[in-house]
Design a protein around this ligand. Structure first.
Ligand code: BES
Ligand code: MN
Ligand code: ZN
Length: 491
């Protein structure tokens, strides 16, 4: 589906924005008059209140220009913010995507920034993952053209550069998440990431023997029970004015399937663990978005790709491994594998790139779901400014995140009797002890934040029209917003 901007509507099916008020006003009023009051009649019969995303579909009109008009609610005029406009665009696409119509225009859009948000919502709502099934004719998307009527096309196009990049990155992350784990495993995943060099990203893939040389035994230990060999992928986007300036590093957990290993997970629901690479998908999607919109910032994305399986070579509870940092880890639960992958990638990121800040994203703990549900990711940080920038970017982008504490009393819960640390704490504060584990690998007070997205990367259906699938693509918009707010050279 193409989303375009135009100065006047050209389609016979037209959506018109309406705001919460008693009568149809503006464009809707003009159209209503042209249709001899058919719109106000339909609105009254349907008890249309013009709530955000509310729709009345009026078919069979006999006006000379339009035979189908959709009243499209956008709530109270003064309260229409980015979130509302995204919902407006998404609701319309959800209604029309497989409706049989091939094109629709929407009119009554106030300005370029509303147009950009409508475009983002529309592009996110049009997402489908049909690669693995035959779609019946009546379930095939028919809508190929979505036109947004604006007075200034050039302004809308400029305003929507970020929207287009974010939609691309988010839908890419969703694709990676949705792919079945027999097709998306570390090697195939690395190959897919390599294709993004077309966008101008510089991409390096490290294999097991290269990681062996770097001493990354914590990461390698997780993958050693799998026939699918581990990889680490490094993506570079050097868009800053000074390409040698210290970059921001983004690190993602990419466990392409998490069985738990020898500490095997229960069977029911285990299929969701194909999404245990959600942190890496967010990083890959964000890097793609940065490249697409040519962000003026130096950013390195690093993802650790492993499959956590239980075979005869798998690591055992009780094993001690030496991480790339030199610190030793007693593995008491092979299902606490994400932190083992991340600690080596975090170490490598700092050692190699000396970043000015480092942010990791991971579907790290079930405990974060208990704490925050599917409404907020959990943020942990050693730096207030970074934590605040992340929660603010979460608000602005519509991908909310909430800070939780760290501290020495939690840190001591992962002291081991025989190694430098153990990979699990006790029953309590599971998301915090996981974050404390990661913090032990951050050097010299480099500003660092960990975002636990286990409750956000995939979600049960929630009726949000811009989240049409299990995989949300959470994190791409948050990261892109954060970089725009805090890490980009200002023009
Ligand atoms: N990938 C899981 C965390 C997870 C759980 C993500 C539910 C999404 C939904 C992680 O590797 C894991 O298994 N964590 C364990 C840690 C425990 C053994 C300390 C958990 O949360 O149970
Ligand atoms: Mn696990
Ligand atoms: Zn996991």
């Amino acid at each position: 589906m193409d989303v375009t901007f135009k100065t006047s509507p050209t389609t016979s099916t037209l959506a018109v924005i309406c705001h919460e008020s008693d009568a149809l006003t503006g464009e809707a009023e003009t159209l209503n008059a042209a249709q001899n009051g058919a719109l106000s009649k339909a609105a009254a019969s349907a008890r249309f209140k013009a709530k955000p995303g509310e729709i009345v579909d009026i078919l069979g009109l006999s006006g000379d220009k339009h035979d189908r008009i959709i009243l499209l609610g956008a709530g109270e005029c003064e309260k229409a913010d980015a979130r509302v406009w995204e919902k407006v665009g998404a609701s319309l696409v959800k209604k029309m995507l497989v409706s049989g119509e091939s094109e629709i225009d929407v009119t009554g859009v106030p300005d370029a920034s509303a147009a950009a948000s409508i475009k983002l919502g529309a592009a996110l709502a049009a997402y489908r993952f049909d690669d693995y099934r035959e779609v019946k004719d009546d379930q095939k998307p028919t809508l190929t053209s979505f036109g947004i009527v604006v007075s200034d096309v050039a302004a809308a196009e400029t305003a929507s550069i970020v929207a287009s990049a974010d939609a691309f990155g988010t839908n890419l992350a969703r694709d990676l998440m949705n792919m079945p784990p027999n097709d998306l495993y570390p090697e195939s995943y690395a190959n897919k990431i390599k294709e993004l060099s077309d966008l101008g990203l510089e991409i390096d893939v490290l294999n097991e023997s290269e990681m062996e040389k770097l001493g990354m035994h914590a990461l390698l230990g997780v993958g050693q029970g799998s026939e699918n060999h581990s990889r680490m992928v490094v993506m570079k986007w050097l868009g800053g004015a000074d390409k040698s300036a210290a970059p921001l590093a983004l690190v993602g957990k990419g466990v392409t399937f998490d069985t738990g290993g020898i500490s095997l997970k229960p069977g029911p629901g285990m299929e969701d663990m194909k999404g245990d690479m959600g942190g890496s998908a967010a990083v890959v999607g964000a890097m793609a978005a940065l490249a697409m919109r040519k962000a003026k910032a130096n950013v390195i994305g690093l993802v650790g790709l492993v499959e956590n399986m239980p075979d005869g070579k798998a690591q055992r509870p009780g094993d001690v491994v030496k991480s790339a940092s030199g610190k030793t880890i007693e593995i008491l639960n092979t299902d606490a594998e994400g932190r083992l992958v991340l600690c080596d990638v975090l170490w490598y990121a700092q050692d190699k790139f000396k970043p000015k800040a480092i942010i990791d994203l991971a579907t790290l703990t079930g405990a974060i779901l208990i704490a925050l549900g599917h409404e907020h990711a959990g943020v942990f940080a050693n730096n207030d400014e970074l934590a605040n920038a992340i929660t603010a970017a979460g608000e602005t982008s519509g991908e909310p995140a909430w800070r939780l504490p760290l501290g020495p009393a939690y840190d001591k819960l992962i002291d081991s009797k025989i190694a430098d640390m153990k990979n699990i704490g006790g029953r309590t504060a599971g998301s915090i002890t996981a974050a404390q584990f990661l913090q032990r690998f951050i050097e010299n007070d480099t500003p660092w934040a960990h975002i636990d997205i286990a409750g956000m990367a995939w979600k049960p259906a929630n009726g949000d029209p811009k989240e049409p699938s299990w995989a949300s693509g959470y994190g791409v918009r948050l990261l892109d917003q954060l970089i725009a707010d805090s890490y980009e050279d200002k023009a």
